[in-house]
Design a protein around this ligand. Structure first.
Ligand code: GDP
Length: 301
């Protein structure tokens, strides 16, 4: 139900338009296909994915001898799930360790990174894990306080230094501290000012290096937060971060705020990085593990 509610905007626009289409045409023909194609493009599924989907849809419709437009919906859902699940075998679950798991968060300011860290910390706490946060965004005014607030709200400690200090030093402290208190998870925030791309990327690489030196094998996940409402812009950001650091998963935020939920599929096929979580609201428990089946069927629910 979380999925259905969170995807309401995408769902209502998508589902009602598909229903209109089905009612309008009744018989599957070329005009129907063309309008359907347009609809999928509007939902930000992405050009290539839509083309692929349409080709397979035509094939399936012929193979199964589907004549009635009302039968096309289930074929669409099946194909969308297939497209998502195709490609490299990448787990949607986090790579959790026996002892300390370090998760590094990256992403541009405003995408919902801090909120997601808070939500994820809450999730881990609910699972009975002990969590520490690292305030690695020492650049943006207010970032440290904001993370601190989330720490208080969720009830976990935040390792921080003064604004303007070296983020790598914060990570050094945070790893030591998480190790000494035998924490299960350390979640690290990082700066997200894309205006100075080279500096940002250097900083991320340094942070990554320091974490790996203090705890070999860490970070175990590098999660990129992307704002679903920014559409194709999110894809561009992902390309940039992918070049700079080894992104292991994506958290797609603000899916509740857009009618273009098809972006999940575009991300998957364009970047080949698994979507691990989706943000479906501003509250603590509005973070859901991404499940392609639930997601796609949520669109048609
Ligand atoms: P940051 O700059 O990337 O750390 O972004 P913030 O965590 O400060 O979030 C920016 C804004 O987006 C805040 O107002 C959040 O409440 C909001 N936000 C974050 N995630 C979601 C989400 O999944 N859904 C909605 N509707 N709002 C979100």
């Amino acid at each position: 139900e979380k999925y259905e509610k969170g995807l309401e905007k995408t769902r209502t626009s998508f589902t009602s338009k598909i229903n209109e289409l089905v009612a309008k045409y009744r018989k599957v023909d070329e005009d129907f296909f063309e309008e359907l194609e347009e609809l999928l493009l509007q939902a930000d599924v992405g050009f290539e994915t839509v083309m692929e989907l349409m080709e397979e849809l035509r094939f399936e419709v012929q193979r199964k001898n589907v004549k009635d437009t009302s039968q096309v919906q289930s074929v669409i859902s099946e194909k969308l799930v297939e497209i998502y699940e195709a490609g490299e075998d990448q787990p949607n679950e986090l790579n959790m360790q026996e002892d300390l798991t370090v998760i590094l968060f990256v992403g541009v300011n405003g995408v919902g990174k801090t909120t997601t860290i808070g939500k994820l910390a809450h999730r881990f706490k609910e699972e009975g894990k002990s969590v520490v946060l690292a305030a690695g965004d020492t650049f943006r005014a207010g970032a440290i306080e904001q993370l601190d607030e989330w720490g208080k709200r969720v009830g976990v400690d935040v390792i921080k230094q003064a604004a303007g200090s070296d983020p790598a030093a914060v990570m050094y402290d945070a790893i030591r501290s998480a190790k000494s208190r035998k924490a299960d998870v350390l979640i690290c925030d990082t700066a997200g000012r894309l205006q100075n791309k080279v500096n940002l990327m250097n900083e991320l690489q340094k942070v990554h290096r320091v974490i790996g030196r203090e705890l070999p094998g860490a970070p175990h996940e590098v999660l990129l937060a992307l704002d679903a409402t920014t559409g194709q812009n999110a894809l561009t950001q992902a390309q940039i971060f992918k070049e700079a650091t080894d992104v292991t998963g994506i958290v797609l935020t603000k899916l509740d705020g857009t009618a273009k939920g098809g972006i999940v599929l575009a991300i998957r096929s364009k970047l080949n990085i698994p979507v691990k979580f989706v943000g479906l609201g501003e509250k603590m428990d509005d973070l859901q593990p991404f499940d392609p089946q639930k997601y796609v069927y949520g669109l048609f629910a």
